[in-house]
Design a binder for this molecule. Sequence first.
Ligand SMILES: [Zn+2]
Length: 199
Amino acid sequence: MDATLAHQCPACDNQSMLTSQTQYEVEHFGVVLLSVSRCGRCGYRHDDVITLTNREPIELRAEIKSLEDLNMRVIKSGTATVSIPEFRATITPGQYSEGYISNVEGVLGKVEDALTFMLSTAKGQRLRKGKALLKKMRAARDSKPSFTLVIKDPLGNSAIVSSNLEKIKKRNLTRRELRNIKFGRYATASSVVRRDVLD
Ligand SMILES: [Zn+2]
């Protein structure tokens, strides 16, 4: 663990945020830096991941076709947008979007959580549609997965990892896509180093 100097907390604006980073080895991929930030004043916490290999504005696409595919490692940074077109689900980075290391099943769980939260205030037609979608997602997780996981990361800190390289399709984001993609406020502030990709 290597602690840095105190910096500004995005929640309370005091110079009381401490960040520490730990290296983490992901099989078939390489080293990932897990960064954990905590504010000594208000207790705000923010986790993120930084990869040391890609560093390009990328779109990653994995066809999930079997229960085994659900175990693929996913490194999702705070700047990444996650979507599953078959479920018409997209999670864009919010203001303080966090990064994590999980697997496809874990990401699906997060999409389910987001949908469940949305449905807590939905009514009528929307509620019915949402419930049907949720059922479809659970079936995909429990028995017969058939969907596409898409991750767009303008800073290239995300990855989908499989021992079978053919499972993952990778391409660079276009300038137009970069202009329209959301980064998340905190992520943008902490990632000034890659601002050149937008110029
Ligand atoms: Zn704070």
